[in-house]
Design a protein around this ligand. Sequence first.
Ligand code: FAD
Length: 670
Amino acid sequence: VPPPADSHVDVLIVGAGPAGLMAATWMSRCGIKTRIVDKRGTKIFNGQADGLQCRTLEIFDSFDFGHRAWREANHMLEVCLWNPDEQGVLRRSDRVADTPSGLSRFTEVVLHQGRIERFFLDSLKEHSDITVERGVLPESITLDDVDAYDRKAYPITVKLQHLTEEEAIPAESKVHSNGSDVQNGLFRSNLAKDDTEGIINAAKKNPRAGSLETVKAKYVIGCDGAHSWVRRQLGFAMEGEQTDYIWGVLDIIPVTDFPDIRMRCAIHSENSGSVMVIPRENKLVRLYIQLTTTEKGEAQYDRSQITPEMILKSAQKIMAPYKIEYTYCDWWTAYQIGQRVGSKFSKNERIFLAGDAVHTHSPKAGQGMNVSMQDTYNLGWKVALVAKGICDPSILKTYQSERRKIAQDLIDFDHKFSRLFSGRPAKNILDEEGISMTEFKDTFKKAQLFTSGIGVDYGTSMIVAKEGDSTAQGDGTNVSGKKTQVAGKQSLSSVIKIGTRMPSFQVINQADARPWQFQEILKSDGRWRIIVFAGNIKDPQQSARVHALGETLSQSESFLRRCTPAEAPIDSIVEVLTIHSAPRQEVELSDFHEAFHPFQKGIGWDYWKIYVDDMSYHEGHGQAYKNYDVDPEKGCIVVLRPDMYVSWMGDLEDTVDMQNFFEGFLLSVN
Ligand code: FAD
């Protein structure tokens, strides 16, 4: 079927790697008219990035495919540090938990990027008609100078080139360059020269080339990787180090006498460099070796020098006296990477950049794919809710303020860790040029909160109401010029922190006694949430407070009513969820105001809104109030963004503040 000659979309996503697919997933869940194009004719099948951090798994779970990754992946629980002893003989010097306990319901796991992309593709199919259009790439992009708040405008014009099948398959993937059947990642590696211009030119010249199509879009998200064509069109620079590192990566089923081959290991040899061992799914093990460095902008490193045999030889030297061989190699690659961050993440809050397009760094801490997906996890719902007219466009400014800082932190961390990973171990305390292994371990442990993704703490903005934070981002005003800074009360809990993601503890459904991890209820469906910690509702005074809150939320002038279209269910924009602390068996659902378990015409009462912190039949007591550090008598209110980050907190009576907070960005439809 030929593509439409002139089409209009709300969102056009360029690039279907992890960042692009995450963006598309939000659009599919929020019902946004979206297209996603990728210049490649095929998805990737093995190799590439592999580590999934806890926060990423929580996100996958909120989209209902976390279980697939969790089941298929290899679980990485321990990190072993190996260093030369005083005689220069390689010894295990330490063991550390890979993920500190209590950080998340999940721990770090490893699964190759192709499977992860598969989960996204299946999910897109299940929830929408969005499909990745392969062999399609933009040839030009222009942005009209329109009012950022004009929601009806399609200010972006993109010309899309439809390639023939022949053009869309990279030459190197047709013939494996090492002459064997082993797949290598070189054709996607940035050691290969960027071929975007070449593909465009080939498509122009080729008489079989498909059509050129004009697409008008409200928003464009450039997720087109480290060479980003979109970034180059916008003229945004990548800032940072001049040095590039060349890494060799080998995925093998090893034959070895090294005892920790099924553990994640950092092995420092005396004089032959370092290797990172990552145990993988399907009996595979990945070896990462930093091979050399080169200056940015220098001629591309001659990649023909790098072969799987050469990577293995380096590993053998580092791991001696242990032996390592393989009979099966699944994938290998070499790639060149610098530590750099994009100068800007968006043009007029209409064209955005995400993932490798705006940050590149080494693969050591398994961050690339995770941070890239988390970029568009941050951006996707914002674009979707603005496109739907639910949120004020000014929330889009928070994408750059929130994510550029994360990218910068990542580069700073990578800098520090690179030096510690690649340096020679100190021979003794007087050896100042050597790397202290105690420092290596300390840095590793301190970084765990950051690398797990759980440590993300967004600064004050119109959607993160921190108290007394003078680092407000943006100018804190919305479209009508109204000041929107309303501080939440952080003192109500030391565990639920404004700016961070909502932690998870077990709660029980009041209606059917089933235990749930609270995060399991917080689906990524584009809704804001008010979590009412209702406290001890057996106490008449407390019950009256909760009832009064229900009354306020139900009034026709409440923001909840005004932001919800008259014909839509009352929980479609903002969902109210309740956790109380009274004994479950002494409370009835009907004790609660209807605002907490709405009645919907033709559907009946909603039984999935009220939860209790009590003993379960089979899975113990979640002690949610204790763990969340919320007063079990008086409770509090917590407002969550659609991406599970805590926005605002207050007492049950602080309804005016809460209303002001929401009115800063939620648009009134009634
Ligand atoms: P990408 O995954 O690069 O996806 C970009 C997509 O955009 C691609 O599908 C590409 O075909 C498409 N595209 C590019 N240009 C255009 C265009 N002009 N028009 C249309 N489509 C376009 N990270 C780790 O954590 N561990 C690893 O072991 C690791 N190994 C890697 C090995 C290689 C060879 C490479 C290249 C990267 C590796 N990374 C690794 C990094 C990790 O893969 C990235 O951080 C992650 O994939 C970034 O996701 P992304 O969606 O931003 O970009």
